[in-house]
Design a protein around this ligand. Structure first.
Ligand code: AHR
Length: 508
């Protein structure tokens, strides 16, 4: 049997785990809002039309900040359409997803839903078809307590207290040719700097995210970040990264190593941001908002082109409804490990997305809601990863991948919470056919025991949860784990993700 060794030391801190690392993303796309979180008439709908079964699942996921309302959608969005009396709100064409947006759920309703699920709002402004003026108008509407035209309009629309939104995205994926209002790095950088300056004049407390690249494989990657930050360095706080992974050409080995790509992406953006800092002679540090990440079968995605036609603009069509396997969830869990490993510079992250659209939660109109395989690594990691991220020394065998060369079979990260004294370990075994025994030196944690263990694996790595079989896949307790003489030993099945919670022996 193969084996790997990890050394864990609570003094080897990477950085604090900010709760925003476990954020989500809700876009007006497909059945995310309509027939997803909002379905008046559903047996579980509350008085506001929101499905309470979905609310409970979102709460269980433990998502902190939720980015809204897009995504590609935001680049054609008029925020004013989404507020005020519902009966007067316009139905609009959404060019990004070739759909009709009825504006039944808008800023107020979504903020109300966030209160029900216990998450915070992160807003994106439209820098595709709009600009500085509309961005500061939305900020005034959202954050000014009262006494001005737009803040009073908010109050008249039923919300006395400001929404007090702290995190703002300056547009979405402006490097992408598919984006409404797509611009060069130079043009976008200038517009983002002007918008950021104006927004800060209105509310200096906002935290601003400038658009980085839509993926590390964009032809402009690297140069985009350098030029955009060259214009905006003093005016923004974070730069975004977006990444989606999928198994291609049946190459499961490469797919399982997707987090290697995410590691490299983060490290390249950090290097570029720090280069601009050096050039500017600045002492300020720009962090990362990894505000779209997931497994997404882009290649299987029912192309929006299929909806083409001047008379064909459906409301809430079924789009991007990927059904996730065990292997997908293992990669997903590994992407979370990568985010935590970079907690010093990844200050915020948003799982894209939440319900029905490349989502951990699925619903059927009039029917049930259920958890996809990816739900479990998110919910468990968000709950257990507290305090500080710890750097592990990993000594593991490697394997050859088509896409990333030689890659360690085991990836892992640990966390430690100084308040409770609890620690957690998150591990993946990327081997497609062999289990691996991992030994972890935990002496420096004191006399600890394993208080929880969860392993997601299956003899059939393509197993999924579906409407017909909603509970086919779930993590199991790992019965192999033990701690003896300061060494934790655990066996990881092939293609598996594992989380272990450690507590001091004798602590309640
Ligand atoms: O999450 C789906 C889409 O992916 C988003 O709308 C866009 O920002 C990205 O290309």
């Amino acid at each position: 049997m193969r084996s790997a060794h990890l050394a864990l030391d609570p003094d080897h801190t990477v950085g604090p785990i900010r709760r925003e690392l476990f954020g989500g993303f809700v876009e007006h796309l497909g059945r995310h809002i309509y027939d997803g979180i909002y379905e008046p008439g559903h047996p579980t709908a509350d008085a506001d039309g929101f499905r309470t079964d979905v609310i409970e699942l979102v709460k269980g996921l433990g998502v902190t900040t939720i980015r809204y309302p897009g995504g590609n959608f935001v680049s054609g969005f008029k925020w004013e359409d989404s507020v005020g009396p519902r009966e007067t709100r316009p139905r609009r064409l959404d060019l990004a997803w070739h759909s009709t947006e009825p504006n039944e759920v808008g800023l107020h309703e979504f903020a109300g839903w966030l209160e029900k699920v216990g998450s915070e709002l992160m807003l994106a402004v439209n820098l595709g078809t709009r600009g500085v003026a509309e961005a500061i108008e939305l900020l005034e509407y959202s954050n000014i307590p009262g006494g001005t035209e737009l803040s009073e309009r908010r109050i008249a629309n039923g919300r006395r207290e400001p929404f007090a939104v702290e995190m703002w995205c300056l547009g979405n994926e402006m490097d992408g040719p598919w984006q409404l209002g797509h611009r060069s790095a130079d043009d976008y950088g200038k517009l983002a700097a002007q918008t950021a300056k104006a927004m800060r004049m209105l509310d200096p407390s906002v935290r601003l995210v400038v658009c980085g690249s839509s993926s590390a494989h964009m032809p402009t990657f690297g140069e985009w970040e350098r030029v955009v930050l060259g214009h905006t360095y003093d005016d923004v706080d974070l730069i975004s990264c977006h990444a989606y992974y999928e198994e291609q050409d049946g190459d499961l080995g490469s797919f399982l190593a997707s987090a290697v790509d995410m590691d490299g992406f983060i490290e390249s953006v950090v290097a570029t941001a720090d280069h601009v800092r050096a050039v500017n002679g600045s002492t300020k540090r720009i962090d990362i908002s990894f505000d779209e990440w997931n497994v997404w079968y882009n290649s299987r995605f029912e192309q929006v082109d299929k909806l083409a036609g001047i008379g064909n603009w459906p409301v809430a069509p079924r789009l991007l409804e990927d059904v996730y396997t065990v292997a997908d969830a293992v990669v997903f869990g590994n992407l979370m490990i990568s985010l935590i490993k970079h907690a010093d510079r990844v200050a915020s992250a948003s799982l894209a997305q939440l319900v029905n659209v490349i989502a951990p939660i699925m619903t059927e109109p009039g029917g049930p809601a259920w958890r996809q395989t990816t739900y479990f690594p998110f919910a468990i990691t968000s709950r257990l990863a507290r305090g500080r991220a710890l750097r592990l020394a990993i000594d593991a065998p490697t394997y050859a991948t088509g896409r990333y060369g030689e890659v360690p079979l085991v990836d892992a990260v640990a966390t430690h919470d100084d308040e409770t004294g609890n620690s957690a370990l998150f591990l993946v075994n990327r081997s497609v056919d062999e289990e691996i025994t991992v030994r972890v030196g935990v002496q420096s944690l004191g006399d600890v025991q394993v208080v929880e263990s969860h392993t997601l694996a299956d003899a059939d790595v393509t197993a999924k949860n579906t409407l017909e079989h909603p509970d086919r896949v779930a993590p199991q307790r790992n019965t192999s784990v033990r701690v003896e003489d300061g060494v934790l030993t655990v066996t990881l099945p092939a293609v598996s993700w594992t989380a272990l919670a450690l507590g001091r022996r004798g602590a309640s």
